[in-house]
Ligand binder design. Structure first.
Ligand code: NAD
Length: 456
């Protein structure tokens, strides 16, 4: 039985958006039972029919794009234009993985006495635990390949942002996904997430969230030798060399750290600038930061919304209070809502807390460097290794630096990290495993080797 209700807030107004039943551990057990019961039939669906099912989900998401985007924008406080782009990506993910059921290829391996070949089997029931910053998008990155490979799902959205996951599950049913293949449990992480991790009927946990919770998930999953993929935190560098197109680098830098109000695991929150370019770059950056339009997520021209919660605003504020070296700030509305103005700190010592910890809010630090070697050393001087950017007019240098950085997703003369067709994931304490692209399927299948004796 669900215990009590979850009050889901709208961060731009602090008003209650919806009240929903709060799931508990017994709801998780029931969801796992449903998913386990649905697994034999779902894995047996022919590859072409499973492909058609994923295409139908993609189509229904497209048809309901505006409704889902509105719900996500209100619940997560993100600009409506961004939310629409995210729903487009959700649809693209299902379209992309609809190509997979018929392409889960194996190998034939020459051996003596017969034929050896491999097949890829689904894992069974997979538990998906996702955060509040890109609620439905990150869930889709997991659901697409999981379903394509023939697994059934228990999805646990973040308590703060469960609404699009619940609506998506209804739409997927409407699009023909069989009962029990996708189950959503909306409840606290410490209860529902923890139960999924320990549940012996769950074969794998795919988790996106903080490094701290990721550690406890890896430890918990070890008890039942569950497969685990972890997409965790980041403190990504944006390296700007003096030979770069400085105007382009400075114009793009705010979007790379203040997008989604800085609540982005890929946020380029450490801006490393070659000393010779410092003055020019900072001038351009200030103009770009003060021009950011912060306000109502539902207004078409808004570029940045509020933070997700009062708690998040307090945490982010702790990096700016107490005499932090604020170089300049943008603006933010007054009144209700968890607002925080985009803020640039400079000069910041590379050892300072703001330069080392993931802030997960609209605060960037700027750190100067002199040489290519120093830029690489500073960029790698972190426990994280998710993403990063290199801005330079020298292609050889840009590639040298890209190869030297310990990070999973890099861009040169661009700050984009995420594409449906390319792998996404971290080095070091940013996690392990890859989502998106062809590589994601590895995380939702087991390789089975079969030997067929032909006699001699
Ligand atoms: P979080 O770790 O607090 O929560 C993530 C999810 O885990 C939520 O659904 C939560 O309910 C659940 N959870 C919490 N405690 C749990 C437990 N003990 N057992 C099982 N599940 C539990 O993270 P958050 O605050 O929602 O999200 C912010 C973090 O997510 C940031 O650190 C950010 O960098 C990271 N993130 C990473 C990526 C990536 O792809 N690498 C993407 C987005 C966010």
């Amino acid at each position: 039985m669900s215990s009590g209700t979850l009050q889901v807030l709208e961060p731009a107004t602090e008003a209650v958006l919806q009240e929903i039943p709060r799931a508990d551990a017994s709801d998780v057990d029931r969801a796992v039972e449903h998913a386990a019961a649905a697994f034999p039939a779902w894995r047996a669906v022919s590859p072409s029919d499973r492909a058609a099912q994923l295409r139908a989900i993609s189509d229904i998401v497209r048809e309901h794009r505006d409704e889902l985007a509105q719900l996500e924008a209100r619940n997560a406080g993100k600009p409506i234009g961004d939310a629409r782009g995210e729903m487009d990506m959700v649809a693209q993910v299902f379209a992309y993985y609809s190509g997979s059921p018929e392409r889960l290829l194996g190998d034939t391996i020459p051996v003596s006495g017969g034929h050896a070949f491999t097949v890829r089997e689904p894992l069974g029931v997979v538990g998906l635990i996702v955060p509040w910053n890109f609620p439905l998008t990150i869930a889709a990155w997991k659901m697409g390949p999981a379903l394509a490979a023939g697994n059934t799902i228990v999805l646990k959205p973040a308590e703060l942002t469960p609404l699009t996951a619940l609506r998506f599950a209804e739409l997927a049913r409407e699009a023909g996904l069989p009962e029990g293949v996708l189950n959503v449990v909306a409840g606290p992480g410490s209860v529902c997430g923890a139960r999924l991790v320990e549940h012996p009927g769950v074969a794998k946990i795919a988790f996106t969230g903080s490094t701290e919770v990721g550690r406890s998930i890896a430890a918990g999953a070890a008890q039942t030798i569950k497969r685990v993929t972890l997409e965790l935190g980041g403190k990504s560098p944006n390296i700007v060399f003096a030979d770069a197109d400085l105007a382009a680098a400075a114009a793009a830098a705010p979007g790379a750290v203040f997008g989604n109000a800085g609540q982005d695991c890929c946020a380029r929150s450490r801006i490393l600038v070659q000393r010779a370019a410092m003055d020019e770059f900072m001038g351009e950056l200030e103009a770009a930061v003060t021009a950011i339009r912060v306000g109502d997520p539902l207004s078409e021209d808004t570029e940045m919304g509020p933070l997700i919660s009062a708690g998040q605003r307090e945490t982010v504020g702790s990096f700016v209070d107490n005499g932090a070296p604020v170089a300049f700030r943008g603006s933010a509305p007054d009144g209700p809502g968890f607002w925080f103005a985009p803020t640039v700190l400079c000069p910041v010592d590379p050892g300072a807390r703001a330069a080392r910890e993931e802030i997960f809010g609209p605060v960037a630090v700027v750190i100067p460097f002199d040489s290519e070697k120093e830029a690489i050393r500073l960029a790698n001087d972190t426990i994280y290794g998710l993403s990063g950017s290199i801005w330079s007019g020298d292609g050889g240098r840009a590639l040298r630096v890209a190869r030297a950085l310990d990070a999973g997703v890099l861009s040169i003369n661009s700050n984009t990290s995420v594409r449906v067709a390319t792998p996404f994931g971290g080095f070091k304490q940013s996690g392990y495993g890859r989502e998106l692209g062809p590589h994601a399927l590895d995380a939702y299948t087991e390789v089975k080797s079969i030997f067929f004796a032909t006699g001699v």
